[in-house]
Every structure is written in C-alpha cells, then in structure tokens.
Design a protein around this ligand. Sequence first.
Ligand code: BG6
Length: 512
Amino acid sequence: MSLEGHTAPPAQKSGEPANPCVMVIFGAAGDLTKRKLIPALYNLAKEELLSENFAVVGIARREMAEQEFQERIGRDAREFATGGFDPKLWERLSSCLHYLCGHFDDDTLYGRLRELLLEVDSSLGTRSNYFYYLATAPEYFSPIVRKLHAAGLTQEQDGHWRRVIIEKPFGTNLDSARILNRDLASCLNESQIYRIDHYLGKETVQNILVFRFSNGIFEPIWNRRYIDHVQVTVAEDIGVEQRGGYYDTAGALRDMVPNHIFQLISLTAMEPPISFEADAVRDEQAKILRAIQPMTPEEVLTRTVRGQYGGGVVKGKPSVAYRSEVKVAPDSFTETFVALKVSIDNWRWSDVPFYLRTGKYMPRRVTEIAIQFKRAPFMLFRKTPIHRLTTNRLVIRLQPDEGIALRFGAKVPGPLMRLGPVDMDFKYAETFGSKPSTGYERLLYDCMTGDATLFQRADMVEAAWGVVAPILDVWKALPPRQFPNYPAGTWGPKEADDLLERDGRYWRSIEE
Ligand code: BG6
C-alpha cells in the first residue's frame, strides 16, 4: 500500500530535545532498567531528543562503584539495544550515569541523593529538574515518595519541576489503588504523577486516536447503528517465564485488564476530545471507564471466563503446565486466561458488546482490536447461489505485524454470482519502514517535556479497578473447579467460545 505524497520513511526528528533534567531510577539494577529504560534513553540520545544537560542517577541495593555501574549498564545497553550500537554515542551517555547504593527505606539515602543531585546540577546544568522512575516492587512506591518528599526532593519552586513515574501494578484492587493514590496525593500534585502503562508507548496504540479522528469516513459509522460488536484480543505465546512469584499473586485479570486492555477499549470507544491536551484526552477516556458497567454477581457468572493452562505444545515445543512453573503453587487457582463481555453504557455504545480475551501460552502472539460491522440486508441475493453475506470488519493490529485491515465482500470473477471475502491491508512496516524502539522512548520523552497525555490519571485507575472489583470478589468466593482447563498452545478454554456463541457470535479466527 502506498501513502499519497509520501514515498520514503520520514527522516526528520519528531521534536526538540527535552528539557535539562536528571532521571533518578529506583531499581537501577533490575530487569526493567536494563531491558527497557537504558535502551530507550540510548534511542532518545541517538535521535538527539535528550538535552545536552541530562544525567541519570541509578539507585539500587547492590554495592557497586560508579564505574562498575557504568560498565554494567554499558554491557546491558549493548545487549538490549534495539538498533545498531554506536560506542561513541554510548560513551557520551555513559559519562552522565551516576550511581548510589542504598536501601529504599533508609532515610540517609535521600540525604545522599539530595547532595548528589546538587552536584550534578552544578556540574551538568540540569537546573534542578528531576524525575524519579520507580522501577521497584510496588510496596516501595509510597515509602519512596514519602521519603523523597521529606527530603525536600519533590517540591516544585523557582521554575524547576519534579515528577514521579510509577510503574504497574498500580494497586491490586480498588482499595489498594485508592490508598496508593491518597499516599501520592499527600506528597505530590496530580500533575507531578506519571502512572505509566507501557501499552500507551506503542506507536500503534497511539495511532488509534489518529486513525479515528483524522479520517472523516470512520467516525460517522463508529457507533451502535453500524457496529455489531468489538473484539479485543491480547494473546501471548509465552508462559509466565521467570515471573511466577508475581504472577501467581496477580493473575491474568489484574495483570492485563484494568490497565492495558482498558486503555485499548477507552481509546477505541471514547468521544472525540476537544483537543490533544492531556486532560482533554484523559477526560474522554475516563468517561468510557466510568461507563463500563460493573457486573452483578450473576453477570460475573455468565459474562466472564477464566482459564489456566495445562501442559501442551507451543510453537511445536512441549511446555509445562502453569502449576509446574517456578514459584507457582502446585495447586494454584490463579488464572492465566480471561475472557469478558463488557458493556459500555452510553449513547454511542448501547447494546454493542465489547468482548475481550487475554492469555498466556496461546498459539500466537497477537494484540488486535476487531470492529465487527453489522451485516447488510440479504434480500437482493435470495435468488443467487450466495447463502450469506460477508460482514465488514476492521482489524487494528497492534502487534506484531502492525497495521489495519478492512474486510469486505467482493464478487468472485466468473459467470456465477459468487462472493469472496477480501482484505484491504495496510502494514506499517511496508509503508513507513520500522524504527527500532523499546516502546518507552515516547513515554520518557513526554515525562521530560511535561506531557501527561499518555499517562494514567488517578480517577482513571480507580474507575478501571471499580469495573474489575466485582469480578475479583466473585472469583475469590468461588474458586474454579476445573483448572487447568486449556492446554498450552490453544486459544483458551471452551467456555470462552461459548461466551460468544450464546450471543450468536464467534471469536475471529486469528489464523485467517
Ligand atoms: C505486562 C504484563 O504488563 O505486559 C506481562 O505484566 C505481559 O504479563 C506484558 O507479558 C505484555 O506486554 P507486551 O508489550 O509484550 O504486549
């Protein structure tokens, strides 16, 4: 597919370098730092989007000299870089990496941090602008913010800024999310809090809004008159890997639904915002989250399905059952698959179900939103060999193979009236080329430039947990009887198919 007036991928930079600042990473020896944050900073440096006056302070419990930290991070950067690795560029970035060893609950750490930040400000001109990335276990979120506050490191004055990026999971249920929001609000203004959801860093997720609102032809049909239902699939072809300890306490519902999947649903379903200002967009997203009807206990029984994988074959290789994974209880009731039917109770979406499913160890990795349109009237075709009309379907493929496909029916050439489904298919990589990215670049850059559009607001997080809460309650009261109930390498338990079949529908076959 070609793009009108555009033949080569755009070479120009997407913006100006970010403001002078220091990024303080709590949890600097962890996985997220090495796999995502440092490679993302490297990519930003490559695009010349980092300020000349930029520094990183890594904090972790491990005893390490600054030089050792720089070397370690250097090795990681080489290993996890998403594009080629330029040693010269890395040398420059590496020279602004600092390290502090300490326990997050030790008050003296914060005094040392303050001194180091003052030094960095005077040597690198970072202007007292700091953002703290909490890449730590969630139990440290509140204590770290409280101690930063007590050390005078969160107050914004004299034109400088202080921001905090909070990783997921943001609470484990509605109550804990509220408590965390309250704790944060006692030390920070909402405008200083950046609750990250890495799905919003994905280009294709950001494109949902552009696709919907920059094209005049879709918005008029984006409603209950034309759309039959929506399917959101977030399937992974991996199991829980090394994360059994966390996952066994979380489960697929908490891990994926109130955050990533609700982001996808709110962007797909929201009304046009009045601008791309952070709060204009987030107000509309929040309205959708508030319009998703929390289920009654009876509805939880009929509109939700949970599953857990047993042993199976994934991509041709045998794989173990969830209950045999490392750090998973051998009699675990934790779900690794969930399917839900949710209703958005507003004018646009009345009677249009949103079906969503997500799971580990599915046959393929695929994240997509499929908009299924209503069927055209059949009567014209009654006296032809055609038995059924193709329905139109728009599939927004978020990963992998990012793109958008529109399905419609076409006449099969020949003397008979026959119908075949065909697709108009746009592929990002073919049209724009692909740019190596971790998905964190945009989010870090936005935090440095003070744009919170792609971050969660307190009310959004609470609204999302409010929807999930009744499901968690009923599931807790009624443990599943037949776990494991789907073999690894399949599309989940049979009940997930029944959920749609009861409504006369079926999951779109992703192999198609
Ligand atoms: C994380 C979940 O937030 O998202 C993981 O904790 C999941 O369980 C991951 O694997 C999926 O992200 P992505 O970007 O691979 O779709």
